[in-house]
Design a protein around this ligand. Structure first.
Ligand code: AKG
Ligand code: FE2
Length: 270
């Protein structure tokens, strides 16, 4: 447990703003509708709809800061200020977490910062409508995140589960709490010392459920920089993974969709 420093009001405003965006008339949201991940601010339903076998019961609005700052004018006005305010705090939190994770790995405090593996952000704000037959589908199918680290804000409805020793375990919402999840890139660069967490979201009869996932990635200038297991973790062990870069990792991850299998084995050395 870490004091994340994001005031309750900022969290409350953010949840409310996401709700307001998604509860606008369809035609207003459609102005931002895009299935093109190069579109930096976009509204979409099921990022993996065209490659996945089953649809997830949710809509999303994404803000992709990976290519540098976004002009706030491009944000929908209903959520402009709350999103900007929330992201200011998350950027501070990223520094704290980056230091703590480096230390937990036995590296110098600034190690992860220096290799810039969580330098940029992609914020995705989800809306899971109430579902009349929740046992027939999922809010989000089993997956691990492709990022280095994800910081997740969820409202008070619950539904998030993590896979622990073969069992799905609820991550009950705690007022004002954020959840930090290790992503695939972190697992790759730590040569499995940190494991990315497999998780899913149940669909619920009670809704809407609102959440915001902030994915931290290497900086955009490092989109094609090779990342492989950090040398400190391969001195006693063999490297488990080959080098890859964010461009390649995300392209493979997206081509697969959230099909319930991890993208990481594809990058394993034989
Ligand atoms: O909505 C949630 O709690 C989880 C969202 C998530 O796993 C994701 O966006 O990758
Ligand atoms: Fe996720």
């Amino acid at each position: 447990m870490v004091n994340h420093g994001v005031p309750d009001t900022v969290i409350g405003n953010m949840i409310e703003a996401i709700r307001q965006f998604h509860e606008q008339p369809e035609e207003v949201k459609m102005e931002l509708y895009s299935r093109d991940s190069k579109q930096r601010v976009r509204f979409y339903c099921n990022g993996d709809l065209l490659v996945s076998k089953a649809a997830n019961w949710r809509d999303s609005i994404g803000f992709d800061f990976q290519g540098g700052p976004l002009d706030p004018e491009t944000f929908p006005s209903v959520c402009r200020e709350p999103v900007q305010e929330y992201m200011k705090h998350l950027i501070n939190l990223r520094e704290v977490l980056s230091g703590l994770l480096s230390e937990a790995l036995g590296l110098s405090t600034d190690h992860l910062e220096r290799i810039e593996c969580m330098k940029t952000e992609n914020l995705v704000c989800h809306y899971y409508p109430s579902c009349p037959e929740p046992e027939m589908t999922l809010g989000a199918t089993k997956h691990s995140d492709p990022s280095s680290l994800t910081v997740l804000l969820q409202d008070n409805l619950g539904g998030l589960q993590v896979l622990h020793q073969g069992h799905w375990v609820d991550v009950p919402p705690a007022h004002g709490a954020l959840v930090a999840n290790i992503g695939d890139l972190m697992q790759l660069i730590t040569n499995d010392k940190f494991k990315s967490v497999e998780h899913r979201v149940l669909a619920g009869r009670v809704g809407p459920r609102i959440s915001a996932a902030c994915f931290f990635y290497p900086s955009a200038t490092h989109r094609f920089k090779p990342y492989g297991p950090i040398k400190e973790f391969v001195s006693d062990n063999l490297p488990i993974y080959r080098e890859t870069h964010v461009g390649e990792y995300l392209a493979y991850y997206r081509s697969k969709g959230l099909d319930g299998t991890s993208a990481l084995p594809h990058f394993k050395l034989a």
